[in-house]
Design a protein. Structure first.
Ligand SMILES: [Zn+2]
Length: 181
């Protein structure tokens, strides 16, 4: 993905429902990622007593491999001393603090207004929780849907690619390299 983005005049912005921070780990600048369901690398108060988030770096969970239970102390909120939790949106979760994701959203929307000829590459987005699919379809830009099981994307201006993500991305990158050579 980074190689493809590097060949585009306006680069790329990542919209992801993953919470693992792997796009940043892969080298995407943090200000070019929108983690719509939050991030496991940030903690918040479970209550919550405030909207404050902090890095989860200092929390080292020790889990009993037999019982699958945490045996080390639970993380606590530095403000009220109560229980802390990952800043990840769960089902029916009214305590999730969304400010960080909203800031990422604002950066994404600003990027979209600047980008010339935006298009989307959707990778393996599921139908069960269709957040990523709805986002891509709702923007109205040309969409390349890469999906082994459910590649159908409907409208004529979109492209269905029934491949795994890696094979499809390598193909797109090779095609871009040929065009620029
Ligand atoms: Zn608190």
């Amino acid at each position: 993905m980074r190689e493809i983005a590097a060949q585009l005049p306006d680069g790329a912005f990542v919209f992801t429902s993953n919470v693992d921070g792997h796009f940043q780990k892969a080298g995407f600048a943090p200000d070019t990622v929108w983690e719509v369901h939050g991030s496991i690398h940030h903690l918040q108060c479970a209550e919550p007593c405030s909207a404050h988030l902090w890095a989860a770096d200092g929390f080292e969970p020790i889990v009993d491999p037999v019982s699958c239970r945490l045996v080390s102390p639970l993380p606590t909120c530095p403000h009220c001393g109560g229980l802390a939790r990952p800043n990840i949106l769960m089902f029916g979760d009214y305590a999730w603090q969304e400010e960080r994701a909203l800031s990422q959203q604002a950066r994404c929307e600003a990027w979209l207004t600047r980008a010339r000829k935006p298009m989307l590459i959707e990778l393996g987005a599921g139908k069960a929780v269709a957040t990523v699919r709805r986002f891509g379809e709702g923007l109205g830009y040309p969409l390349i849907r890469i999906n082994l099981r459910d590649p159908d994307v409907g409208k004529a201006k979109h492209i269905s690619v029934p491949l795994g993500a890696l094979a499809a991305l390598e193909g797109i990158e090779a095609a871009l390299s040929c065009k620029q050579a």
